[in-house]
Ligand binder design. Structure first.
Ligand code: SF4
Ligand SMILES: [Zn+2]
Ligand SMILES: [Zn+2]
Length: 458
């Protein structure tokens, strides 16, 4: 199945026949869609579609054409939409000096603020660049502190610009305009672009491939662009399909329809979705809602079965670029202590760093101290405390073990501190808790405190 990595199915163009458009797409092997926002309204509508259809994901962006409308209130509205589940990218953003519908200075200001959002939420970016490569590249290089992940959508530059984009580690996406008679330069770039850095898109309703030029574009036409690229590169259509689909799922935090998300990558870490069972029912956690699909970004973390050691090792074998493996998900990992120990031994043998995110109930769950079993296997443990005292802990975390659990969790932290290289305590910033008092508790335990905004993950 193909992924249409850039379309605007939320636009009015599809108001009357979206269901038919989607079923034609599926018939033509397009099974996943990234619906891209260009302003506040279209970012919101794109996410509404994503909430309705399991195979649609959305992005949040302010197009350079709209940059003159940018102000701090627009920024905050966009920031709120980013927190919604199934938002998997920031875009489209960038600079367009070809149509210049907003003054260049406004475009740059807006672009930089949108990059801030991408960095804050660790989302990949969808870049729209027209006749503006020097400025876009300079801003990316000077403004981004974290590694830049994303795609130059609807590539329409030269081979030289292609190389600069690839050097930054970005993907390059080709759309229907690669098929136009006058697009010789784009075809040269498509030939040069390595398949393992290539994505494909329709940019529907725009840029229909040559055979449908002048008509409304739709995701079903993606196959035409893919076949054209296959012929151009002298490879099979299946190869273009497999590789570009793999690339899309490696860049965007999305789940394949019908597949269990036993592990999920974020940045250079592989996260293991250890179990959906938990010994708490935190008020802010999706796990407390029985009908939730447990989305984290666009990853659907609800599982019918727990992963095995082999499942995780297989996922690691498919790519060698992970630095760290994190035991974390919707559920309490220490419920599966044997799995944790066995897997960590295999990970240590491969020289990988390990991190455990836990609610600190492990000793209570197993009625013994589990900390000696983790020694030499877990490099960092992050224990969620989430409150400054037992009463608040019971109100917010609602632990299975009831009154007195908070003190036991603190004792667990102190035990870990004696045995494991790094221990931190975390707090989700819910209104009920007193941040200063929480900091004081962490100081008392002699460990670092980390605070997490309720909706910011990764
Ligand atoms: S401990 Fe973690 S997984 Fe369990 S309910 Fe709380 S936040 Fe959710
Ligand atoms: Zn664009
Ligand atoms: Zn677009």
């Amino acid at each position: 199945m193909f992924v249409d990595t850039h379309c605007h199915l939320q636009f009015k163009d599809y108001d009357s026949d979206l269901e038919a458009v989607l079923s034609r797409a599926v018939q033509d092997s397009v099974g996943t869609f990234l619906c891209v926002g260009v302003d506040v309204a279209t970012s919101r509508l794109a996410n509404a579609l994503a909430q309705k259809h399991p195979f649609i994901y959305s992005s949040v962006g302010l197009h350079p054409h709209e940059a003159k409308e940018f102000n701090e209130s627009v920024f905050h509205e966009l920031r709120e939409i980013i927190k919604l589940t199934k938002v998997v990218a920031i875009g489209e953003i960038g600079l367009d000096y070809y149509r210049n519908l907003s003054p260049a200075e406004d475009q740059k200001k807006c672009f930089v603020r949108m990059l801030d959002l991408a960095q804050e939420f660790r989302h990949p970016i969808l870049l729209h660049i027209r006749e503006a490569y020097p400025d876009v590249l300079a801003l990316l290089r000077t403004h981004c502190t974290l590694p830049i992940r994303g795609v130059n959508h609807c590539f329409s530059g030269s081979v030289k610009e292609l190389k600069e984009i690839l050097d930054l580690g970005l993907f390059v996406s080709f759309s229907g305009n690669v098929t136009y008679p006058k697009s010789e330069a784009i075809r040269e770039a498509a030939k040069e672009c390595p398949l393992d850095r290539m994505l494909i898109e329709t940019d529907a309703p725009y840029l229909s491939p040559q055979a449908f030029r002048g008509k409304r574009n739709e995701p079903a036409f993606l196959r035409q662009t893919a076949a054209f690229i296959a012929a151009l590169k002298g490879i099979s259509l299946e190869e273009v399909e497999t590789k570009t689909t793999e690339n899309a799922f490696s860049l965007f935090p999305m789940s394949r329809v019908g597949e269990e998300q036993l592990v999920y990558p974020i940045g250079d870490a592989l996260y293991v979705n250890v179990t959906n069972a938990c010994s708490a029912r935190c008020t802010f956690c999706e796990l407390s809602k029985s009908d939730s699909e447990l989305y984290l970004k666009g990853y659907r973390l609800k599982m019918k079965r727990d992963p095995s050691v082999d499942d995780v090792l297989k996922a690691l074998d498919s790519t060698s670029s992970y630095r760290e493996v994190v035991f974390c998900g919707y559920g309490e990992p220490t419920l599966r202590i044997k799995f944790l120990v066995e897997l960590s031994k295999a990970l240590k043998a491969r020289g990988l760093r390990t991190r455990l995110n836990t609610n600190g109930h492990g000793n209570l769950i197993h009625k013994r101290s589990i900390v000696p079993e983790l020694a030499g296997l877990i490099d960092e443990v992050s224990v969620s405390l989430n409150a400054e005292d037992d009463a608040k802990y019971n109100a917010v975390v609602r632990p299975h073990f009831g009154v007195g659990t908070y003190e036991k969790v603190k004792a667990f932290v102190l035990e870990c501190k004696k045995t494991l290289p790094k221990v931190v305590v975390t707090f989700v910033e819910v209104p009920e808790i007193d941040i200063e008092a929480c900091e004081k508790v962490a100081r008392g335990l002699g460990v670092e405190a980390r605070f997490r905004k309720l909706d910011v993950v990764g």
